[in-house]
Design a protein around this ligand. Structure first.
Ligand SMILES: *Cc1c(COP(=O)(O)O)cnc(C)c1O
Length: 432
């Protein structure tokens, strides 16, 4: 019935998540409110982990891409789940380290890490700095040398697989701000430089082909290209790089007609390809890293809003305005992302209207969605927007000086506050 199995409807007709009544949660914590089912998050981690055990003899690591949602509570959960962690900024790194997340299991990504961020990563002993370009490579070598350290690095490669098109393209995807291109020879030159420079140790290669991808084929194509590259490196320089990081991007269910494959299936296909190519080319199988972000937290989260005004423009549309919008979920205004919504306090009733769910900001484009089926709602009703666990809190802003909502974790009927709601004092804290 729902896009996520952590959702249900109780005998009061109220939507529940992780066994908690959303109407009670709204009363207790206020709205707008982010809710995340911790059990669902842990199950997603386990299914990726198990797929590496099952299909690849456990020779791998699942690193949660924390830009999807990064906070202390989630970093602790990832540590407990034995996951690695992707960070893309000093702030995400700081959050992870502040709860004692093991630095050796961290991957530091980004196409323009600042010298200070690189310094911080070196000082923390980050296990994998994913180097994006030659400027960064030279800088890192210098910084590490200056500290008497050796940076463990991966190189970010553009494998030439564009998973965003309907029929994914195998070549020609060199127009990206991220990484070294394979087909121009740039990637091999970067390998040569990394092998020659002091202060860095080349541990492996990395790629990330896109996001919200439903097919297995682009991942298998990228895996094949990357293993061929590892074999080319072996043939040319006589060195066997130990790590192959194949990125994330696995699709999730936003709408009822989205049908993501079980997460384990990606690893099934990828490990088969990797083993085959390694055998053909006579190299040892690498340690594989997968980096799911959206598919760990996305479907486990919902956002609760309170309805303010309901404005019907005859013959045009009905605007249902809620107490949040682009400040807590900018994905519609950024990408016209589609979501499902329902009236959380009358979730047992049929969705017999179609509405435009509008945010509260002074911006006509501030919508949560258009053409959304919804129950008849009145001012004071609660609306839940589903599958908002990823790239919502982490993309939230204070536009119009709207404080960010709280984030509550729910598990087996018990709520736990993970991030407090911002106050007006928080908004002016840095104002002079
Ligand atoms: C964003 C990102 C991911 C995660 O992507 P999802 O679509 O959230 O799974 C993984 N790796 C890298 C390098 C990324 O930039």
């Amino acid at each position: 019935m729902f896009v996520s199995r952590c959702l249900d409807v109780n005998s009061h007709g109220h939507l529940t998540i992780g066994g908690c009544d959303t109407v009670e949660l709204a009363q207790q914590f206020g709205t707008p409110l982010y809710l995340l089912d911790e059990g669902e998050v842990r199950r997603a981690c386990a299914s990726y982990r198990e797929s590496i055990d099952r299909y690849y003899g456990g020779k791998g690591l699942v690193a949660y891409a924390s830009k999807a949602l990064n906070c202390k509570a989630l970093c602790r959960i990832m540590q407990e789940e034995g996951m690695g962690l992707d960070v893309v900024s000093g702030g995400e790194l700081y959050t992870a380290l502040s709860v004692g997340f093991p630095a050796e299991k961290i991957f530091f990504h980004g196409n323009n890490k600042t010298p200070r961020e690189l310094q911080e990563a070196l000082e923390a002993g980050v296990g994998q700095i994913v180097v994006d370009n030659l400027t960064e490579l030279e800088l890192l070598s210098e910084l590490a040398g200056g500290q008497g350290r050796t940076a463990e690095i991966l190189l970010r490669i553009k494998p030439g697989v564009d998973a965003h098109t309907h029929q994914f393209i195998r070549t020609g995807q060199i127009d990206s701000k991220f990484g070294f291109a394979l087909e121009t020879g740039e990637a091999m030159q970067a390998v040569e430089r990394a092998l020659a420079l002091p202060g860095v140790r080349l541990k492996g290669v990395h790629c990330h082909i896109g996001s919200q991808v439903f097919d297995r084929e682009p991942f298998e194509a990228a895996a094949e290209i990357m293993v061929q590259f590892l074999a080319d490196i072996h043939d040319r320089w006589g060195c066997q790089l130990e790590m192959l990081n194949l990125g994330g991007g696995f699709g999730i269910k936003y709408l009822s007609d989205h049908n993501p494959i079980p997460y384990g299936q990606y690893m099934e296909g990828v490990s088969r390809v990797v083993k085959e190519v390694c055998a053909q080319r006579g190299i040892a199988t690498p340690f594989i890293v997968m980096e799911p972000g959206r598919s760990i937290v996305g479907a486990a989260g919902i956002t609760l809003y309170t309805v303010g005004s309901v404005k019907t423009i005859p013959g045009i549309r009905t605007y249902v305005s809620v107490d949040g919008g682009m400040t807590d979920n900018p994905r519609y205004i950024l990408y016209q992302s589609e979501y499902e919504a329902l009236a959380a306090n009358r979730a047992d009733q049929p969705k017999d209207t179609v509405v435009t769910l509008a945010g509260r900001c002074c911006e006509s484009g501030d919508l949560v969605g258009e053409g959304m089926p919804l129950q008849q709602v009145r001012p004071g009703d609660l609306v839940a927007v589903l599958s908002t666990g990823a790239y919502n809190y982490s993309m939230a802003s204070n536009y119009n000086r709207v404080p960010r909502p709280a984030l509550v974790l729910v598990r087996d009927g018990v709520p736990r506050l993970a991030i407090r709601r911002e106050s007006y004092e928080d908004l002016v804290r840095n104002d002079l």
